[in-house]
Design a protein around this ligand. Structure first.
Ligand SMILES: [Zn+2]
Length: 375
């Protein structure tokens, strides 16, 4: 069953059988369902139709925690609330009637529709993490991606409508500070501190896991150059990347005072425990492709020592985690800058900051030097 353009899912699904695996990933107690004949067809229909409510009858009462219907990399869509209803008038008085009031999808506020209430779990169904970007896209995948995005009412992110593809009309050119063939440097919206920049592939590319050799070389050249640039002004650098809810790779480079590696790691760990994230340490030079499948969302932070702090994302993830680490009292101590929107400048300010960075970085820009030698 494939989604037709304009199809967004249904409000209510009624099936006589329970879908296979429905209790999988549930939070909280689950009744014994081993005796119950569960049905793969019911599961397939629930997967394809993405109902807001799914009622199945004739067994025990079971109200499952709501489950999400979108993959970790995708924009949120509605959750599904599954309710297994007991037989009408059953002798043990298990619940067989359920009252709910639903605003039809077509009239519901979009934000409300995609709300992920507390306790929402991953999908109980294996292989329901939907579709992830892969490069290069096969024809079939491209088609599926388009359908999938149309079904969600979203335009697929391509070179034309991406905020970070250098050839896209959407890119904010006044923030671009240095350009090479495959990679460029740009100032982020809302710098955490002076000279905070992004290393970005010129062409559409999702994350470090998706770089071809030329782009990877370009990224490393810029990393090396930035280390030298910051060292010349007695600073270290922290790199971090969030491959989650992001379509185009941005490797953040943030200068920090010397000697803070331990404080940064402590800040990262204390926030990780607050957000219940598992944070692993990997030695300098670890290749992320050895740690993750191409479709795995992750967070990576490279300490000045070169050591990596890594978190493979499943479920919830605080989008500002990286900024929060650096803004921590023991690091840059700028809590007001955690939210980039709260500290972004007007266009004039951004242009001036870009110019200041470009001038200061110029003697270290590896691609400018090569040009000068070639001339
Ligand atoms: Zn792009």
């Amino acid at each position: 069953m494939s989604a037709k353009p304009g199809f967004h899912g249904v409000d209510i699904l009624l099936t006589s059988r329970w879908p296979n695996d429905i209790a999988h990933n549930n939070q909280g107690p689950v009744p014994d369902l081993n005796w119950l004949r569960q049905c793969p067809g019911s599961q397939a229909v629930a997967k394809a139709l993405r109902p807001r409510y799914h009622f199945a009858g004739g067994a025990v009462f079971f109200e499952r925690s709501p489950y999400r219907n979108h993959g970790a990399q995708e924009a949120p869509v509605n959750v599904t609330r599954f309710l297994g209803m007991a037989p009408v008038g059953n002798p043990v008085k298990a619940k067989w009637i359920y009252a709910c009031s639903i605003v039809p999808r077509s009239e519901e506020d979009v934000a409300k529709l995609v709300e992920q209430p507390q306790g929402t779990t991953d999908s109980p169904f294996a292989g329901n993490s939907s579709f992830h970007f892969r490069t290069p896209l096969s024809k079939h995948a491209e088609h599926f991606l388009t359908l999938c995005c149309v079904a969600r009412g979203l335009a697929p992110v391509t070179q034309e409508n991406c905020w970070f593809c250098l050839g896209s009309p959407k890119v904010e050119k006044h923030l671009v500070a240095s350009v090479s063939k495959d990679v460029y440097l740009a100032l982020p919206k809302g710098q955490l501190c002076e000279d905070h920049v992004l290393i970005v592939p010129v062409k559409h590319c999702q994350s470090t896991l998706h770089l071809d050799d030329d782009i990877a070389t370009g990224v490393n050249e810029y990393k090396k150059a930035l280390r030298k640039f910051f060292a010349a002004t007695d600073r270290d650098v922290v790199f971090f990347e969030r491959n989650f809810r992001s379509d185009h790779m941005q490797l953040q480079a943030v200068p920090v005072p010397r000697g803070l590696s331990d404080s940064i790691e402590l800040a990262a760990r204390s926030l990780a425990s607050r957000y219940q994230l598992q944070l692993d340490t990997q030695p300098a030079g670890t290749d992320l492709n050895e740690l993750f499948e191409e479709t795995t969302p992750y967070f990576m932070l490279e300490l000045p020592s070169g050591q990596l702090l890594i978190h493979g994302i499943s479920g919830r993830f605080p989008l500002q985690y990286g900024r929060e680490i650096l803004a921590h009292a023991q690091v840059l101590n700028c809590p007001d800058k955690i939210d980039w929107k709260a500290c972004s400048l007007d266009k004039e300010g951004e242009t001036a900051a870009t110019k200041a960075f470009r001038e200061a970085f110029r003697p270290h820009d590896p691609f400018l030097k090569k040009k000068a030698v070639a001339e």
